[in-house]
Write a protein that binds this ligand. Structure first.
Ligand code: F0G
Length: 338
């Protein structure tokens, strides 16, 4: 469905506001067919499942994987089963899985429990697991790193991502390594991973039994790609860090209000982390290029978007009342066009 090929948007406001000499770029993965980076790997995983004669696809998901798995399975004419944590999946994602015809199972448990169940089920049946444990998913997701290098003409100095099940930061690093082996780039970037403070097992070095964050996409306590992700971060001389709910919210709000780029809360974790590092002087004074992956579209989570101080009460259908409400003077001014 023409997944990938997403824009690398130069930051117009957040980047220039940071101390130091940072060229900030936003890799807007929300513009993939189902609205998240998952499509890059899912197209490969579902094609392989079909080729291998699987009777269905299955995944555990905080939402986006289920949206992608159900869409690509629908297109391949395959059945799909998705296990999601009851009450902790954003509305847009649930709507997608339902409309794409997946068997949606809302499990009374968190993502980690859903993934454990999925692993048990695939050990018993000829059903293809399409979580990021699936190697084809990882291969597809490498393409984001290729595109970043193609767009910049070189690798960035740093690449920042939100981390949940830890597949994307790993795949991205593998992509850069692959490009280096091919001689396409002389050096790889440093990988920066950011988890939500209430769901930060990689930061603590221990699983979190009850992960909590409003950024439901990354509400994960025991990531499947733990070891691979830590290897990627260490080999690249990058870092893993936690960002607070307030930092995520502030970056989320700034992306929408200052950049015109609407993302879901988890996606803002990469930008939140880069803002904090820049303010702490982490990037130094030299010119650096920083890419933040914005993993999913803002329309995925309308509840989160509309929660804050928004006046949506009805207004009288009168032009002066509306101008007044918009905070503009009602006195006559020359018109722009009639
Ligand atoms: N951002 C978004 C919007 C996500 O949906 C996810 C993962 C991540 C970041 C983290 O990526 O897991 O590769 O470290 N969502 C998965 C899902 C877990 O089920 O949709 P990761």
């Amino acid at each position: 469905m023409l997944e990938g090929g997403t824009p690398l948007i130069p930051s117009a406001s957040i980047g220039p506001s940071l101390p130091g000499s940072i060229r900030l770029h936003l890799k807007y993965e929300g513009l993939n067919p189902t609205g998240s980076f998952k499509d890059r790997g899912m197209v490969v995983a579902v094609a392989k499942a079909l080729e291998e004669g699987a009777e269905a696809t299955i995944c555990a998901s905080t939402g986006n994987t289920s949206a992608a798995a159900s869409a690509y399975s629908a297109r391949a004419g395959m059945a799909s089963i998705v296990l999601v944590p009851h009450g902790h999946i954003a509305l847009g994602k649930l709507a997608q899985a339902v409309r794409h015809g997946a068997k949606v199972v809302c499990v009374d448990g968190n993502f980690d429990e859903c993934l454990r169940l999925v692993r048990e089920i695939v050990s018993k049946r000829r059903i293809a697991l399409v979580n990021s444990l699936n190697p084809y998913r990882m291969d597809g997701q490498k393409s984001a790193a290729f595109e970043v290098c193609d767009a910049l003409g070189e690798a960035p100095t740093y690449h920042a991502l939100p981390v949940g099940n830890a597949g994307n930061v790993t795949a991205c690093w593998w992509g850069y390594c692959h490009y280096r082996e091919l001689g396409m780039i002389p050096v790889q970037p440093r990988m920066l991973g950011f988890q939500a403070a209430g769901a930060a097992p990689l930061v603590h070095g221990a699983p979190v039994a009850e992960p909590e964050t409003r950024a439901t996409a990354i509400r994960i306590g025991n990531p499947a790609r733990w070891r691979d992700a830590m290897r990627a971060i260490n080999e690249s001389r990058g870092l893993i860090s936690a960002v607070s709910e307030d930092e995520i919210h502030s970056a989320y709000a700034r992306l929408a209000a200052e950049e015109g780029v609407f993302v879901e809360p988890a996606s803002a974790a990469s930008v939140a982390g880069v803002i904090r590092l820049a303010e702490n002087g982490y990037f130094g004074d030299d010119e650096v290029t920083v890419v933040c992956t914005l993993t999913g579209h803002g329309l995925k989570d309308p509840d989160y978007a509309l929660e804050q101080e928004t006046d949506l009460t009805p207004t009288e259908a009168d032009a002066d009342t509306i101008l007044d409400k918009a905070g503009l003077e009602t006195s006559a001014k020359p018109v722009l066009h009639s």
